[in-house]
Design a protein around this ligand. Structure first.
Ligand code: GCU
Length: 616
C-alpha cells in the first residue's frame, strides 16, 4: 500500500502507535523514529511552554536543538525540523513561527454511504454503507500528514448533509468521539456539517431561527455534543444554497440564521462556519440582468457587523465556483467587521479530476496578492482525499494538500516554487535535473490546463454536472447563471459599470484594474468584458487567434509532459498512476482543443492564421 511511502514523510516508515495521546508524545515518537536516519548525532530537546499555543521556536546550540512551544507548537516544530533535515535545508540558529490563521481547515465532502461529492481518490476514509467504517491506522496517518503541515481542523462530512449524516451529532456521537480521539494527538479537531432543518426531524415544527423552540433544540443538542466531544471545532453550514434549507424560508436574513446556531455553540467554545455560496440556481438564461458572481456580496455585505464573534463566514476564493481562473471574491474585501474564512477547493472538480496535473500554488498566490488588508482569519479547503492506495488519487495532487497547509500557516512564506521544490525533495529525493523537471511541470501545469480549456476567464464550457471534458454550450441554456453568450461576432459579459456592474463591488484599485481593458490581465479579459473576435490583444494577436493558439499550446504541453514524465525515476506504484493519468490527460486536452477550436471556428468563420487543422 502506498501509505508506507507516506507522501512527503517517507522517512517515517512506521505508524504512530495508538497509545500516544498528546502532541508532545507524538513529537517525541516522530523524532526518535526519524533522527537515527536523518541526523544520528543530533540531540533534540522539547521544552513545553504552558503559555504558548501553536507557535514554536527552534534553537540550535552546541549541545543540539531545543524545540519550545505549546503542545501543538512542539509537534509542528518537530515536523518542521524533520522535514528541513530530510530536504537538506539548513535551519538558522534561531527560528520562530506563528500561524497566521487560527483555523486551518480541511472540508471533506464525504457522504455516509461512502461516496464523496466531487471525490476523485476513491471512497470515503470515514464512512461506508450509511455508517462509520474506517481504518484507524490510515486515520492516524492522515492526522500525521495534516499536523506535518500545520492543518488543525477536519470537517468530516459533506456540506450537503444527506440522510443519514445528520445523525453524526445525534445517535452517532460515540463513534464520532472515537474518531475525534484518533485525531486529537495530532492537534486536529473535528468539525461536522449540520443540516439547518435538523430540529424538524425531532418534533419541532419549524427551523425558523427566531423561534425559541429552535434555539432551545440547538442549545440542548450542543450540550449533548460537547459532552461527548469537548473540543469539537464547531459546525459548518451550507444554508439557502443549491436547494439546502435555510433561514430564507422564514423571511430571516443570514445573520439571524447564523447567530442562532452560534449562540448554541458559544458556551462550549465552538465556532460556526457559515458558507456564503448563495446565489439563484434557478435563473432563466434569457435574464441578462442577474449576474451570478454578484450574489454573495449582495446577500452578505449589508450584514457586516451583525454576526456574533464566533461566526466565521466562509467565502469561496472566487465569486463563481472554483473555476480555473477567477478574480478574488469581492465579498472577502468588503466586510471589515466580520470574521471571514477563504475557501479553496483541493478536489479538482473543474480542474481535471486528479487525472490532469494541476498544481494550485499559482492561483493561491494571485488571490492572496489581491486580498490586501481584510478580515480573513481562517482558511478552508475542500479535501482531495479518498481511500485509494494513493490518497490524493494522482500522486502529484499531494502537492496541493502539502502546499495548502503551508499557505494556511503563513501565505507570506508559501511561494509556488518553494512549495513545489520542498514537496518534490521530500517525496521523491530525485537528482537535481529530475527534480527541476518535476518542479517545472508542476509550476506550469495550471497555465497549461487553462490554455486548453475555456478561454481567458470564460469558465464553464465543461460537461454539465460531471465537470470533466469540453461542452461549450453545456451550461449556456441552463439555470445555473453560467453564461458566455457567444455569437458569431463576440463572446463574454460586460461586468463593468456599463454592463452588469459586478466590477463596482471591488475597492477602487481592483475595480479600475479590471474595468479598464488595457490593465485587465489577459486571462481575465473575458471575465470582465464582452469582446469581438477581431479585438486586438496587447501582444498584437486577435482574440480568436489567441484562443486558437492557446488550445494548440495547451495540448502540446501535455504531449511534452508525457515525454518528460516517462523518463522520471518515479517509484513503480507512482509511475503507473502517473503514466496512466497523463495518457488520459492527453485525450482530454485533445478533446478540449478540437471541440473548442471547432466551436469558435464554426461560430466566427475565421481561419487559423497558422493554417493548423480545425475541424469544420
Ligand atoms: C459546486 C459543486 C457542488 C457543491 C457546491 C458547494 O456547485 O458542484 O457539488 O455542493 O459547489 O460548494 O456547495
Amino acid at each position: 500500500m502506498r501509505d508506507q511511502h507516506l507522501y512527503w514523510l517517507p522517512f517515517l516508515a512506521q505508524d504512530v502507535p495508538a497509545e500516544l495521546t498528546d502532541p508532545i508524545q507524538v513529537a517525541r515518537f516522530e523524532l526518535d523514529l526519524a533522527l537515527p536516519q536523518l541526523a544520528p548525532e543530533l540531540q533534540v530537546y522539547l521544552a513545553p511552554d504552558a503559555d504558548a499555543d501553536e507557535g514554536f521556536s527552534i534553537l540550535r546550540n552546541d549541545n543540539g536543538v531545543t524545540i519550545s512551544g505549546g503542545p501543538r507548537g512542539i509537534l509542528y516544530g518537530a515536523y518542521k525540523l524533520l522535514m528541513a533535515l530530510a530536504a537538506g535545508e539548513s535551519l538558522p540558529r534561531s527560528h520562530s513561527q506563528q500561524p497566521k490563521y487560527a483555523l486551518r481547515m480541511i472540508n471533506c465532502w464525504d457522504n455516509a454511504d461512502g461516496d464523496i461529492e466531487r471525490g476523485y481518490s476513491g471512497r470515503s476514509l470515514f464512512f461506508e454503507s450509511g455508517r462509520f467504517d474506517y481504518d484507524p491506522i490510515r486515520l492516524r496517518q492522515l492526522g500525521r500528514l495534516m499536523a506535518s503541515v500545520g492543518l488543525n481542523v477536519l470537517c468530516i462530512n459533506n456540506v450537503n448533509v444527506r440522510n443519514p449524516a445528520h445523525r453524526l451529532i445525534e445517535d452517532w456521537l460515540p463513534e464520532l468521539a472515537d474518531v475525534a480521539a484518533i485525531f486529537r494527538p495530532f492537534g486536529v479537531k473535528l468539525m461536522v456539517s449540520i443540516d439547518y432543518s435538523q430540529p424538524m426531524r425531532h418534533g419541532v415544527t419549524t427551523a425558523d431561527p427566531l423561534d425559541p423552540q429552535v434555539q432551545a433544540w440547538w442549545n440542548r443538542q450542543c450540550e449533548v455534543v460537547y459532552q461527548a466531544i469537548p473540543d469539537l471545532a464547531g459546525f459548518l453550514v451550507k444554508a439557502d444554497s443549491e436547494h439546502r434549507p435555510g433561514p430564507f424560508t422564514y423571511g430571516r436574513n443570514h445573520a439571524e440564521g447564523a447567530n442562532m446556531l452560534a449562540r448554541a455553540l458559544k458556551p462550549h467554545g465552538g465556532k460556526l462556519i457559515w458558507r456564503c455560496f448563495v446565489y439563484n440556481c434557478q435563473q432563466d438564461w434569457r435574464d441578462a440582468v442577474t449576474d451570478r458572481p454578484m450574489a454573495a456580496y449582495q446577500h452578505y455585505v449589508y450584514l457586516d457587523g451583525q454576526f456574533d464573534d464566533n461566526v466565521i463566514l466562509q467565502v469561496k476564493n472566487g465569486p463563481f465556483d472554483f473555476q480555473v481562473r477567477e478574480p478574488v471574491s469581492p465579498t472577502l474585501l468588503a466586510m471589515p467587521k466580520t470574521n471571514l474564512a477563504i475557501e479553496w477547493q483541493l478536489a479538482q472538480e473543474y480542474t481535471g479530476h486528479q487525472i490532469d496535473i494541476y498544481a494550485m500554488m499559482g492561483m493561491w498566490q494571485e488571490v492572496m496578492a489581491d486580498l490586501g488588508s481584510n478580515t480573513v482569519m481562517a482558511m478552508a479547503a475542500v479535501s482531495n482525499l479518498g481511500n485509494d492506495d494513493c490518497i490524493t488519487g494522482h500522486p502529484f495532487a499531494a502537492v496541493n494538500l502539502f502546499g495548502y497547509g503551508l499557505l494556511a500557516w503563513n501565505p507570506d512564506e508559501a511561494d509556488p516554487e518553494s512549495i513545489a521544490r520542498t514537496w518534490a525533495k521530500l517525496t521523491y529525493r530525485f537528482g537535481q535535473a529530475d527534480e527541476d523537471t518535476l518542479v517545472n511541470l508542476l509550476l506550469e501545469s495550471r497555465g497549461a490546463y487553462e490554455k486548453y480549456t475555456a478561454p481567458l476567464g470564460i469558465c464553464w464550457m465543461v460537461v454539465p454536472h460531471e465537470h470533466y471534458g469540453p461542452s461549450p454550450d453545456g451550461y449556456e441554456y441552463q439555470a445555473w447563471g453560467t453564461y458566455h453568450r457567444a455569437n458569431r461576432d463576440a463572446i463574454g459579459i460586460d461586468r463593468t459599470a456599463s454592463g452588469t456592474g459586478y466590477a463596482e463591488q471591488y475597492p477602487a484599485a481592483l475595480r479600475d484594474r479590471y474595468s479598464n481593458l488595457s490593465t485587465c490581465p489577459d486571462e481575465l479579459k473575458l471575465w470582465f468584458h464582452r469582446l469581438r473576435y477581431d479585438y486586438v490583444m496587447p501582444d498584437g494577436r486577435t482574440l480568436i487567434q489567441r484562443i486558437y493558439d492557446d488550445k494548440f499550446e495547451g495540448y502540446a504541453w501535455v504531449e511534452e509532459a508525457e515525454q518528460k514524465l516517462s523518463s522520471l525515476p518515479l517509484p513503480e506504484a507512482d509511475r503507473k498512476l502517473v503514466m496512466d493519468r497523463i495518457a488520459r490527460q492527453k485525450r482530454n486536452a485533445r478533446e478540449w482543443r478540437d471541440v473548442l477550436n471547432t466551436f469558435f471556428y464554426r461560430l466566427s468563420g475565421v481561419e487559423d492564421a497558422r493554417g493548423r487543422k480545425i475541424y469544420d
